[in-house]
Design a protein around this ligand. Structure first.
Ligand SMILES: NC(=O)c1ccc[n+]([C@@H]2O[C@H](COP(=O)([O-])OP(=O)(O)OC[C@H]3O[C@@H](n4cnc5c(N)ncnc54)[C@H](O)[C@@H]3O)[C@@H](O)[C@H]2O)c1
Ligand SMILES: O=C/C=C/C=C(\O)C(=O)O
Length: 484
């Protein structure tokens, strides 16, 4: 049985207190995860600070960048191992993990290694009140030991999206992967040792949130900042923990994203794009669409087209040939999604397709699979339109005017992402300016330029990461003024 160990100060550490890791596609136990306790957290924090005072803290930016490139290259050299680990942990389709999760898991190190080498700092020259001159310049220094709390939907990608900039800026990190997906974060420890990242720089502690490693990390006074991706209510708990000692947080949280399709859109591209944004990764993408609004002239045609796309998705495990829809991450999450399916029916939805569980054969019959589902006919106050479900489902409603589409899209506490489909430039830019989100895609979805700001507005997050924006969280900025 595979053992998922903690990675502390360069060593893999068993604790003997373990919990099962089950494969989402078959519900078979595939490993034992060693839960870290307060003692392991204390040891990791001490090791992280020791690394900051040692070789890592003295290392040049150029050398740090070289090592991060080497980390990316080693992930790519061990691509098949990372892919197998991610597929076992998540059950997602092979094509998805091999084209998105693992490549981005490596690319996240390269982009920030290059940014920190080339990012300018600011300087000002002023005439002082006595008629002299003063020059100011800015210095950046690492935040310190950073807690990195990760979700289970894109485990490697979302973890290195934070570890990349954190290390590039000279910090050390203590990663707490989701209890659902321990594998790739643990494997990355082997890579760190192999390329020569000093011990204590990258550490991994397994466990849960409250009363476990997650909470112990966020409450530890030696953790100088916390970057977290996960549910909004979890963010509230972590923010409360971080308040003691006034430690900075960077949050990428939940969403209830709108997809808006105008009658003038390229119909086939809009259907393909909305299909991806609703059903990719079995709907377990924070940026995904769960509310679709279609301009009335094409509403019926669009619903029929999306229905056909949903029903054409092949449901299966990572290696099912042509699979388009994998399992949900866990039995608990499957029960949550099915509870929303039941609520939609109870509240009078028209179930265009899906609404239940597929019938699968063999081991897959034990997996956490649900049907891709489309609803229409519900009022905007309905539960499945108000609450994040995080499954392969959406509600489609018609709209008539731009103003109505903007009002519908903004009627949520969340503000993460939206995808707008139109061929009218004016419509596109007016929508982008009016919708209260951190990320607006026009005639596209989940298209990523890693130099850009990434994050959510309102209840979807605090701060922006990506490009130079990451430096605002992962460094302390000092202004130096020199009187000449
Ligand atoms: N905005 C984004 O970029 C983004 C990306 C991916 C997922 N998400 C969101 O994440 C959610 C799904 O992921 P999830 O179920 O893993 O989220 P979650 O909030 O349940 O858990 C995320 C992580 O937080 C840990 N955790 C839970 N409670 C904690 C606590 N009190 N203290 C410290 N750590 C704690 C968990 O162990 C896990 O590692 C969805 O809401 C999704 O929208 C957002
Ligand atoms: O499920 C959420 C996906 C987040 C994606 C990123 O953070 C990214 O592409 O960098």
């Amino acid at each position: 049985m595979k053992q998922f160990l903690n990675f502390i100060d360069g060593d893999f550490v068993a604790t003997g207190k373990t919990f099962d890791k089950r494969a989402p596609a078959t519900n078979q136990v595939i490993g034992q995860v060693h839960e870290a306790g307060q003692a392991e957290v204390d040891a990791a924090v001490a090791a992280g600070h020791a690394a900051l005072k040692g070789e890592w803290g003295r290392m040049s930016v150029v050398r740090r960048a070289e090592l991060l490139h080497a980390v990316a290259d080693e992930i790519n050299r061990r691509f098949d191992e990372f892919l197998a680990a991610e597929l076992a942990d998540t059950g997602k389709p092979h094509a998805l993990a091999s084209h998105i999760d693992i490549p981005r898991g490596a690319a996240n190190f390269k982009i920030f290694a290059d940014i920190v080498k080339n990012v300018p700092t600011e300087s000002f020259q002023m005439t002082t009140p006595d008629g002299g001159t003063a020059i100011s310049y800015a210095l950046r220094s690492p935040l310190g030991v950073v807690g990195v709390i990760c979700p289970w939907n894109l485990p490697l990608l979302l973890m290195t999206w934070k570890v990349g900039p954190a290390l590039a800026c000279g910090n050390t990190v203590i990663v707490k992967p989701s209890e659902e997906t321990p594998a790739t974060a643990t494997l990355l420890g082997e890579v760190m040792n192999a390329v020569g990242i000093p011990k204590g720089v990258y550490q991994v502690l397994h466990g849960f949130g409250p009363g476990s490693a997650g909470e112990f990390i966020t409450r530890h006074p030696g953790v100088n900042g916390i970057t977290f991706t996960g549910e909004t209510r979890t963010g509230e708990a972590i923010m409360a923990a971080a308040a003691k000692g006034v430690r900075p947080v960077s949050f990428e949280l939940g969403g209830k994203n709108a997809g808006i399709v105008f009658a003038d859109a390229d119909f086939d591209k809009a259907v393909a794009g909305i299909t991806r944004s609703v059903f990719e990764n079995c709907g377990q993408v924070c940026l995904g669409t769960e509310r679709v609004y279609v301009q009335r002239p094409i509403f019926d045609r669009f619903v029929a087209a999306l229905k056909a796309k949903a029903e054409a998705l092949k449901i299966g495990g990572p290696d099912t040939p042509g699979v388009g829809l994998g399992p949900l991450i866990s039995a608990e999450h499957k029960a949550k999604v099915l509870s929303y399916y039941a609520k939609a029916r109870a509240q009078g939805a028209t179930v265009v397709t899906g609404g239940g569980e597929p019938s699968l054969q063999g081991l897959l019959a034990e997996g956490h699979f649900v049907q891709p589902t489309i609803w229409t006919g519900l009022p905007e106050s309905s539960t499945v339109i108000r609450e994040e479900i995080f499954g392969p489902c959406c509600h489609i409603a018609p709209f008539d005017t731009e103003e109505e589409a903007i009002a519908l899209a903004n009627a949520t506490d969340y503000g993460l992402a939206t995808t707008v489909w139109t061929q009218d430039l004016g419509t596109a830019h007016r929508m982008a300016a009016a919708i209260e989100v951190g990320l607006c895609w026009i005639n596209s979805w989940f298209l990523r330029d890693l130099r850009t700001a990434f994050g959510g507005a309102k209840a979807s997050g605090i701060g922006r990461e990506g490009g130079v924006h990451s430096l605002e969280f992962y460094t302390e900025l000092r202004n130096v003024m020199v009187k000449l």
